[in-house]
Design a protein around this ligand. Structure first.
Ligand code: ASP
Length: 334
């Protein structure tokens, strides 16, 4: 484990009493006030879009068996990453030069630790690489070819992320002489024409009362090579606060990341706002700034109360699904 020049490791800082024991007397006197106990709550898993029920069906048995929310979120998102869907994971959404690259992030409530990858190439399980960034390093975000090299160091296998479908999509687009729309003017005060993007986001609370959130995406179709969206940015694509709850976002990430919507929503809940009201206020902030985009957010408090809101997507039904011991419920977001 790496240490800084005080000899204290980052993990020791997150290790409660064990971490404090490593501090000298002067530092120990700066001990923070004891946090109030957090109610355990009943386990749940929430996953966005139509992926929800399938991803929750992977995660729920793990939660019901006492599994860790961290393992559950990773497994639920891995399931979607490997579906061969065009929008998330391998085989999806090529960039301007026909290559599929992935963004993903995972954040663990008990330690407020996060790991993420941006513009990850040639590795399928982006959320698992993000977990390695969180658990094996002091970093929070690693990008591009270096993220691929990091994944290889962690034992991941490299393989092409191109599928017949993604190749065909790019061939058709290029044959028409299309250009990336990423150079178009910002979508302020006019309807956004942006199509071709999607993300899966999952939030779980386990029986031990620990919250985890994660998200994974191919980003935006025909993006400029090197583009990293909102998903791997803490507080943009996803955010968790162990004492409050968590949120996941989807939509035009180039705009949404400017508002840190998942951080915003969780902070509104911390202030006492109900989940549905927090989701709506967060999305309204983006619209109020004049942006006309497609975007959505799903939020859940640690007691299981949830809510969602969206802007745009007139013809695209955004939804999320929540699984508890009572079963799975799909929630359409109006
Ligand atoms: N937020 C994703 C991105 O911009 C795409 C999406 O969720 O629709 O990378």
């Amino acid at each position: 484990m790496a240490t800084d020049d005080t000899g204290i490791s980052r993990r020791a800082f997150g290790a409660g009493a064990a971490g404090l024991a490593a501090l000298g007397p002067a530092q120990a006197s700066a001990k923070p006030a004891k946090p109030s106990p957090i109610p355990t709550g009943k386990p749940f898993i929430l996953t966005t879009w139509d992926f929800g029920a399938g991803a929750n069906a992977i995660g729920w048995p793990m939660l019901a068996g006492g599994g860790s929310a961290l393992d559950v979120v990773e497994a639920a998102i891995n399931h979607v990453e490997l579906l061969g869907d065009y929008w998330v994971g391998a085989g999806g959404v090529p960039n301007e030069v026909g290559e599929t690259t992935l963004d993903a992030m995972i954040m663990w409530g008990p330690t407020h630790d996060a790991g993420a990858v941006g513009c990850l190439k040639r590795v399928k399980k982006a959320i698992s690489v993000a977990r390695k960034v969180m658990e094996e390093t002091q970093h929070s975000l690693i990008v591009g070819d270096d993220a691929t090299r990091f994944a290889a160091r962690m034992g991941f296998t490299e393989s092409s992320l191109t599928s017949v479908v993604s190749q065909q999509a790019w061939d058709n687009w290029a044959a028409k002489g299309e250009k990336t729309n990423a150079f178009d003017p910002e979508p302020i005060g006019k309807d956004s024409k942006l199509v071709g993007h999607d993300t899966v986001g999952s939030i779980a609370l386990d029986a031990a009362g620990n919250l985890c959130v994660g998200c994974s995406t191919n980003g935006r179709e025909f993006k400029i090579p090197g583009r990293v969206g909102d998903s791997p940015i803490v507080g943009a694509g996803a955010y968790v606060d162990q004492a409050v709850g968590a949120a996941v976002a989807t939509g035009n990430g180039d705009v949404m990341m400017r508002f840190l919507p998942t951080y915003h929503a969780v902070e509104l809940m911390r202030g006492g706002m109900a989940p549905q009201a927090a989701a709506e206020a967060t999305i309204k902030r983006i619209a109020d700034a004049g942006y006309s985009i497609d975007g959505g957010i799903a939020v859940i408090r640690r007691d299981g109360m949830h809510g969602g809101a969206k802007t745009g997507w007139a013809d695209t039904p955004f939804s999320y699904s929540v699984q508890t011991a009572a079963g799975n419920v799909k929630v359409p977001v109006a």
